[in-house]
Design a protein around this ligand. Structure first.
Ligand SMILES: [Zn+2]
Length: 121
């Protein structure tokens, strides 16, 4: 499913870049700047789990491979300003969470088993 239409209201979705705030067990915070499908009417962000997982695997392959495959939750998004500040000011994870817009609801449209592993390349 490409989700060119909103699964909730059937309107056409837009492509917009979001900084997704991801909490990885036990205590790792990861910000993923990524293009997502977005429905303006429903304020709904649509991301594919497989895409998140391959990007996370790439990011952690060299940094902290032991974390790959851990449980994670996408908790919300970071506003653009906080995202930029984060680069400038070396914010602590707690500060990042303070600025995050936490999702009210998370829907799962498909559950793909197997967890996430290192990228093939
Ligand atoms: Zn919608």
């Amino acid at each position: 499913m490409a989700f060119t239409k909103c699964p909730k209201c059937d309107a056409k979705t837009k492509v917009r870049k979001f900084a997704l705030v991801i909490h990885i067990e036990p205590d790792q915070l990861f910000i993923l700047n990524k293009q997502c499908r977005y429905c303006v009417g429903c304020d709904l962000i649509i991301v594919r789990r497989a895409e998140i997982e391959s990007l996370m695997a790439m990011a952690f392959e060299s940094r902290d491979p032991a974390i790959i495959g851990s449980e994670y939750v996408v908790v919300g998004t970071l506003p653009r300003k906080a995202w930029r500040d984060r680069d400038n000011k070396d914010m602590r994870p707690a500060d990042t969470l303070d600025h995050a817009l936490i999702f009210k609801d998370v829907w799962e449209f498909e559950v793909v088993g197997g967890g996430w592993g290192p990228s093939a390349c």
